[in-house]
Design a protein around this ligand. Structure first.
Ligand SMILES: O=C(O)c1ccccc1NCC(=O)[C@H](O)[C@H](O)COP(=O)(O)O
Length: 267
């Protein structure tokens, strides 16, 4: 039986085929060349960690999710981006997937225009064409979910991100994916490796995932702990495991005062 990740991959392939039929590679590249220059996503995280000795925050603009349904009804991406920036976030993550997250490409463009922070396009990449599309939308970083791509596609996506001057967050959830990610970034000094504490197939969340995989992360990679982080104690736990950055959505999106909640989480 197919699970949610398989279903997302299936509709994404159809969606990308339709987008590619409407906008050729040359046309999407022309749009990408017109976009505002990349802001340096990994560098922003590394700089903040160097300055503070604490994990830097990637704050996520997330309206809904398959595991939680609607998370935030009062949803204004530019206002949320500004609240995150004032609260101390180093980068943003913006969900652009519509069917499962009620996201939209326009949310990324609008959020990025409202702040000076680098932005991750949080979507499911199954084709290198989507990398140029992400850049055309203004993204500074793309997501490569190792569970969703084979090694060849992962390498193509990473090469495309590099070609466009973008960073790539390479997401893992188990030791096998971490080993594949380590091979993928071998010889590079700009690796950004994520450990998702949530299984995207069962939705089970366990911070021990970061603790278990951190030791397997390649030397020199900047490690990002993703999902299920609600309290400063959670932050301290993944920091102790070696995380230099955090990706947080739900716990901040559920707060009335997002700026204060962001500050409190990082305190
Ligand atoms: O969040 C989900 O339910 C989900 C389901 C299937 C695929 C991906 C999913 N989430 C993407 C993420 O990784 C999170 O949005 C991100 O790490 C933030 O997590 P959280 O702080 O727990 O909202």
């Amino acid at each position: 039986m197919s699970d949610v990740l398989d279903r997302i991959a299936a509709y994404k392939r159809e969606d990308v085929a339709a987008r590619k039929a409407a906008v050729s590679q040359d046309a999407i590249e022309a749009r990408a060349r017109e976009a505002s220059p990349p802001r340096g996503f990994r560098a922003a995280l590394a700089d903040r960690f160097s300055e503070t000795g604490r994990p830097a925050l990637i704050a996520e603009i997330k309206k809904a999710s398959p595991s939680k349904g609607l998370i935030r009804a009062d949803f204004d991406p530019p206002a949320l981006a500004q609240a995150y920036e004032r609260g101390g976030a180093s980068c943003l993550s913006v969900l652009t997937d519509g069917p499962s997250f009620q996201g939209d490409d326009a949310y990324l463009t609008a959020a990025r225009a409202a702040v000076a922070l680098p932005c991750l396009r949080k979507d499911f990449l199954v084709d290198p064409w989507q990398v140029a599309e992400s850049r055309a939308l203004g993204a500074d970083c793309i997501l490569i979910i190792m569970d969703m791509v084979d090694d060849a596609l992962a390498a193509d996506l990473l090469a495309e991100a590099t070609r466009w001057g973008m960073d790539a967050l390479i997401e893992t959830h188990d030791a096998d994916e971490m080993a594949r990610a380590a091979k993928l970034v071998q010889g590079r000094d700009d690796a950004l490796i994520g450990v998702n504490n949530r299984s995207l197939r069962t939705f089970e969340v366990d911070l021990a995932t970061t603790e278990q995989l951190a030791a397997l992360s390649p030397d020199g990679a900047l490690l990002v702990a993703e999902s299920g982080l609600f309290t400063p104690q959670d932050v301290a736990r993944v920091a102790d495991a070696g995380a230099r950055a955090l990706l947080v959505g739900e716990s901040l999106m559920r707060q009335a005062d997002v700026e204060a909640a962001t500050r409190a989480l990082l305190a």
